[in-house]
Design a protein around this ligand. Sequence first.
Ligand code: 5GP
Ligand code: ZN
Length: 113
Amino acid sequence: MSCIFCKIANQEIPSELVYENDNIAAFKDLNPQAPVHILVVPKKHIGSINEIKEENKSIIADIFEAIPIITKQEGINDSGYRVISNCGENGCQSVEHIHFHILGGKKLSETLS
Ligand code: 5GP
Ligand code: ZN
C-alpha cells in the first residue's frame, strides 16, 4: 500500500506527531492554514467518509474522542476550533485516506465554502 497517510500514521515516514493511540494518529499539517493545523487519521486505511460502515465506525468514534484531548493539549480547546473532512472531488480531498483537519489558534473565516 503506497498511501502516504498509512505510512505517516504507522510511523514509516516522519511527521510532527502530536498524539497517537492504538487506532489513530494526529500530526501537524505540512502546509498549515491556521496557527494550529492538525490532521487526525486512523492507522487502518479508510479512503474517505464514503467508506465509513459498521465494521470501521468505532475508529471514527475514537477520532472524535481524541479531538478534545488534542485541542486541550494544543491550547485551543477553550478558544475554539473547526473540524473538517473533505470528501471526493467537489470536497477537494487531495489525500485518499480519511482525515479530519483541526484548525484553530485564530478567528476562522465565517464562510465554509
Ligand atoms: P485534503 O486536501 O485531502 O483535505 O487535505 C490533505 C492535507 O494533507 C493538506 O492540508 C496537506 O497540506 C496535507 N499533507 C499532504 N501531504 C502531507 C505530508 O506528507 N505530511 C503532512 N504532515 N501533511 C501532508
Ligand atoms: Zn491509507
